[in-house]
Design a protein. Structure first.
Ligand code: NAG
Ligand code: NAG
Ligand code: NAG
Ligand code: NAG
Ligand code: NAG
Length: 770
């Protein structure tokens, strides 16, 4: 390159970046949401192009010229969702929001990811259930169902996505497999893969991440999307283990389902990697492609329904009969942190399973602590000296930082040859074991802080290490403090099954009450989300740290990100078994058959060993084999959702655009909204509400039974409901009265049973005043 060319290049770069700077200072990416399309049958690409043209024309009237409109446009949503994403000035966005055809204008918001034996734990197979009675066998392993996952993409070469034993691709499938520079290929199992990066790019504009081709692929370079997708519908892979632990056959909930990856999550910027403009584009495409189920293990803070691209898009999917599942979030145990709370979404919390990668701690004084790890064993079977990280700190390091074993705080002179005791928090758990390794410690014990309570996560640590509970950590510190020569040993990890009690709620799992509509209980259910083994990406190490050069085809991960795909897999089976059930019927079946007791037949515990509440687990832990035959369901149709939105104050015009057809709001009381759970955020005196049940089982007479908490009286009318045929609907009313005032939220339950089926709804009543 000549020097002249070079300077021209520099000059143009300068001009470009100045221009960019000027515009980026005022323009942001927005989504202009215009409601629904009413494309009939036989819609063509030309019709979609026509929609895009109208979007350009619409935008042109605000930004001046056709050229400017085209330049500003990021996405045009043409299939089910009507709207577009564009770079706009704040004033333009505000003006557009005033237009009568606009439902809402939302900022292109970022969201984050909510980062095999579990099936047996749910009795989907073995565990006392005859194969002929298992949902898995009855639903033919979910063959025929198509499940999409909006995530970080997929590692297509993973053995979980091999297509052995899988028939031809269903002819109704309209999706494609986007090619890339890495040789990405689909097959009869992984039938589709697409990527959506323009919303991310719009947000990241100018950042280095855009300068290379890593954004033009559906390949999963992070591991998260492969993990979730294989949990949903991965094929059988035998002999799967993680560093020799948890050996068994890995498989998804619907092992013969067809799966499709919609990559909407990219390397995080400001903690967020998944943007609404991309999420909406992926939904619009997935609905068109022909998925039956959509699973999303991501989310942000809950927001108003029309300001929330995910909730809007999910509505369009549900309208087309697609069940949409989302993770509840990993912001627990703080109350009111649950996200993805729209009533048309199935929102999933996370809890433990009965498997442990047990690496217990033994002290010289005979004390023994349970621990979890995926690490290697200590070099010798003997007691090693213990040292707290505070004692082992470098002179200049603050005690608080050293206690957490943060990088650059530990003195090798002190830690060498000892087991270093670190506190959980701030820095990544595996990073602490790297710090211990660098400081030449022989091992590490990671103690939970108070907020993590009993939640133990098995990590692939860099040296012999384990994690213990908060209470045990306190005892360990006390022991070290009480003796001159503290000694201990970390047992090498072994896989232990039948751990009791299980499930218990994960501390991280986001909790209710619902911050947007407190009358709707959220989360809806809980499912396995701690130490789950599933497929991984070949592009990243098990610790996700750059300097870790290890690569593994399967790994454990924890999060509501892991629990959501478990339920999505089960939905795939239900969809295969009952192709005509609506999304709300499937959801009701899963919710009303969930259990609230653990494997010791006691109430499911929270992370702090107290009884968990429906604000942690919703209706309870899913029970797939019961969900296939719930007896009765609480159904909700599109009009019910529209009336729900009317009740919340959205006007007739907005609702009409949202639904795509003229709609007249019906006056409803939100307490009568036919949700499978009953929540009254604040009760003064008494209230009567109603529900409607639909028979999806054999004829029968159902009798109501109530669990009434102290402080309330509850009655149901009528007490018996007789169903003569499938599809028959019957209503009942529930009167709840405060008998003792001044109480916090109390929880009860209502169960309808014909002696075979048990249709259970939790009742939550808050702010009780007489
Ligand atoms: C592209 O970007 C990714 C992510 O920032 C980085 O890991 C990779 O090394 C880059 N590749 C090239 C060829 O620059
Ligand atoms: C895992 O199980 C398979 C089949 O039972 C067995 O062949 C294999 O050796 C086991 N691997 C490990 C690491 O235990
Ligand atoms: C201590 O940790 C905090 C983060 O918790 C960090 O901001 C600070 O820089 C650290 N101090 C030192 C001296 O490393
Ligand atoms: C720790 O700090 C050192 C020196 O500041 C740096 O080179 C290294 O990458 C850091 N390690 C981690 C795990 O962050
Ligand atoms: C250690 O013991 C001393 C005196 O017995 C006490 O003041 C201190 O709080 C103890 N520290 C820990 C971490 O238990």
């Amino acid at each position: 390159m000549s020097s002249k060319n070079h300077s021209i290049f520099l000059l143009s770069l300068f001009i470009l970046s100045t221009a960019f700077f000027q515009s980026s200072a005022v323009k942001k990416s927005y989504i202009v949401y215009l409601g629904s399309h009413e494309h009939g049958e036989g819609v063509t690409e030309a019709d979609f192009d026509q929609v895009t043209k109208t979007h350009h024309e619409f935008l042109q009237s605000y930004v001046g010229s056709h050229e400017k409109a085209k330049e500003a446009m990021i996405y045009s949503y043409t299939k089910n969702i009507n709207g577009f994403a564009a770079f706009l000035e704040e004033k333009e966005a505000a003006d557009i929001a005033e237009h009568p055809n606009v439902v809402s204008v939302l900022l292109n918001r970022g969201r984050k990811l909510h980062t095999t034996h579990s099936w047996e734990f749910m009795s989907l197979e073995h565990n006392g259930v005859a194969p002929s009675h298992s949902l898995l066998t009855k639903a033919r392993y979910g063959e025929d169902v198509i499940i999409g996952n909006l995530d970080t993409g997929v590692w297509p070469e993973s053995p979980s996505f091999r297509d052995e034993g899988i028939g031809p691709i269903p002819s109704r499938w309209k999706g494609t497999c986007q090619s890339d520079h890495t040789g990405f290929r689909c097959n009869r199992k992984l039938i589709g893969a697409r990527y959506f990066n323009k919303g991310y790019a719009a947000y990241a504009a100018g950042s280095m991440v855009l300068q290379n081709g890593t954004l033009d692929t559906a390949r999963d370079n992070e591991g998260h999307g492969s993990h979730t997708l294989s949990t949903i519908g991965g094929n059988f892979v035998s002999g799967v283990n993680v560093f020799g632990l948890g050996n068994g056959t890995a498989k998804g909930g619907s092992p013969k389902a067809r799966v499709a990856a919609y990559k909407v999550c990219w390397p995080a910027i400001d903690h967020n990697g998944c943007f609404d403009a991309d999420i909406m584009a992926a939904f619009d495409m997935a609905i068109h492609d022909g998925v039956d189920v959509l699973s999303l293990s991501l989310g942000g803070d809950a927001s108003d329904y029309f300001d929330d691209g995910l909730s809007i898009a999910a509505f369009h999917a549900v309208k087309e009969g697609i069940t949409v599942l989302c993770s509840a979030g990993n912001s627990g145990p703080t109350p009111g942190t649950v996200s993805n709370v729209a009533p048309w979404i199935l929102t999933v919390a996370a809890s433990t399973i009965d498997r442990d990668f047990d690496a217990s701690v033994q002290l010289h004084n005979g004390q023994h602590f349970r621990g979890d790890s995926l690490s290697i064993a200590l070099p010798e079977n003997k007691l090693y000296p213990l040292i707290t990280a505070a004692e082992a700190r470098l002179a200049e390091a603050p005690v608080e930082n050293a206690t957490l074993c943060m990088n650059g705080t530990i003195d090798p002179e002190k830690a060498r040859g000892r087991i270093l005791v670190c506190l959980r928090g701030i820095s990544a758990r595996v990073e602490k074991s790297f710090v211990a390794l660098e400081a030449e410690a022989v091992g590490m014990i990671l103690c939970n802080d108070q907020s993590n309570g009993n939640e133990l996560i098995a990590d692939p640590h860099f040296l012999p290490a384990t994690q213990i509970t908060y209470a045990d950590g306190v005892a360990l510190f006390a022991y070290i403090n009480s003796t001159k020569n503290p000694l201990g040993y970390i047992h090498p990890p072994t896989t232990k099954l039948n751990i009791k009690p299980a499930p218990s709620m994960a501390a991280f799992s986001s909790r209710g009450p619902n911050p947007i509509t407190p009358e709707i209980l959220k989360p809806d259910v809980t499912a396995p989300g701690v130490n789950i083994i599933a497929a991984y990406s070949g592009a990243i190490s098990p610790t996700e740290l750059d300097f870790d050069k290890r690569r593994v085809p399967f790994i454990t991960m924890s999060g509501t990100s892991m629990s959501c795909p478990h339920v999505a897999g089960v939905v795939g089976l239900l969809k295969t078994l009952h192709p005509n059930w609506s999304p709300s019927a499937i959801k009701s079946a899963i919710m009303t058959t969930a259990r609230t007791r653990d494997n010791t037949h006691k109430p499911i515990l929270d992370d702090t060993n107290v009884k968990a509440t429906p604000f942690a687990y919703g209706s309870g832990h899913i029970r797939p084999n019961r969900a296939m035959d719930p007896g009765l369901v609480y159904e909700l149709n599109i009009n019910d959702y529209l009336n729900f939105l009317c009740f919340l104050g959205y006007n007739q015009a907005q609702i009409t655009m949202f639904s795509g057809t003229p709609y007249h709001c019906e006056d409803i009381n939100i307490l009568d909204f036919n949700y499978p759970t009953i929540t009254i955020p604040k009760l003064y005196g008494s209230v009567t509400l109603s529900r409607k049940l639909k028979n999806v089982g054999p004829p029968g007479t159902y009798t109501a039974s109530l669990r009434v908490p102290v402080g309330l009286s509850i009655s149901v009318q009528p007490k018996k409901l007789k169903f003569d045929k499938i599809g028959e609907e019957k209503s009942f009313s529930l009167t709840i009265e405060v008998t003792r005032s001044g109480m916090a939220t109390v929880f009860g339950g209502l169960t309808w049973s014909d002696g075979t089926h048990y249709v259970r709804s939790p009742i939550a009543v808050g702010g009780v005043k007489g």
